[in-house]
Design a protein around this ligand. Structure first.
Ligand code: 13P
Length: 250
């Protein structure tokens, strides 16, 4: 089994470079004793280089998004090769907070293909906005996987991570946290879809993370429910809590 993976998504936090440096240092200290866990921190773009300067061998860096374009006249866009040249190795793609402002599955797919070209590991976010009683959310997740992973090869799947983040469980407006049982069911479903698109070997080798109101109290239950790790929002801004979530994944 591959190591569990814990990713901190700082979103649009903290407010300043100074605070970002302090936060990153705090996370380095809090995760010192964390053998057998892969740790990634995804700060906003301007803080990637700050984090890079803090000496540590353990924590890898990631960006929170990438452009679907290679280069050129695209004001405000940041390309995968730029991210890679800053020393980052991961990139979150298709986060629901990006999807809510226009990222379609087609755009997410283009971003994944660009990221792979620059040797970044895409953390592909999928998940439904609401759970209905007819199971329509399963069809939605299925087509997110099919459309987002179009033209991705079996070999490239070795460098892709799936993060299941039900939108209703994310952030301070979450209606509730997903239950570990709901995660287990969804992971089985995701594996089935990956098996249909690729094969069962790919389906079993792909890490499926849980994201949505993860905290030190609920993390163990998700690990017991076969989560291969976490995509953490709010609690990645608190080194003590983030460290405690990492400790659960050891
Ligand atoms: P929270 O952990 O704050 O719910 O955010 C989850 C998330 O969106 C991580 O990408």
């Amino acid at each position: 089994m591959s190591k569990r993976l814990v990713i901190g998504n700082w979103k649009m936090n903290p407010k300043s470079l100074k605070e970002a440096e302090a936060l990153f240092k705090g996370i380095v200290t809090a995760s010192k004793d964390s053998k057998n866990v892969d740790i990634v921190v995804c700060p906003p773009y301007p803080f990637l280089t700050t984090a890079k300067k803090v000496p540590n061998k353990k924590i890898k860096l990631g960006a929170q998004d990438t452009s679907e374009m290679l280069e050129g006249s695209y004001t405000s866009q940041v390309s995968s090769s730029m991210i890679s040249s800053l020393g980052a190795t991961y990139v979150i793609i298709g986060h629901s907070e990006r999807r809510s402002i226009g990222d379609t599955d087609e755009i997410v797919n283009k971003k994944i293909l660009q990221a792979l070209k620059s040797k970044l590991i895409p953390v592909v976010c999928i998940g439904e906005n609401v759970r209905d009683t007819h199971g329509d959310y399963l069809a939605l997740v299925k087509y997110q996987l099919i459309d987002c992973l179009k033209n991705v090869s079996k070999l490239q799947m070795k460098n892709i991570v799936i993060a299941y983040e039900p939108v209703w469980a994310i952030g301070s407006h979450a209606t509730r946290v997903a239950t570990p049982e709901e995660f287990t069911e969804m992971k089985i479903f995701i594996r089935k879809v990956l098996s249909d698109i690729f094969d069962s070997k790919v389906a079993h080798a792909t890490r499926v993370l849980y994201g949505g109101s993860v905290n030190p109290q609920n993390a163990q239950a998700f690990v017991d429910a076969t989560a291969d790790g976490f995509l953490v929002g709010r609690d990645s801004l608190n080194p003590k809590k983030f460290g405690a979530i990492i400790a659960v994944c050891k």
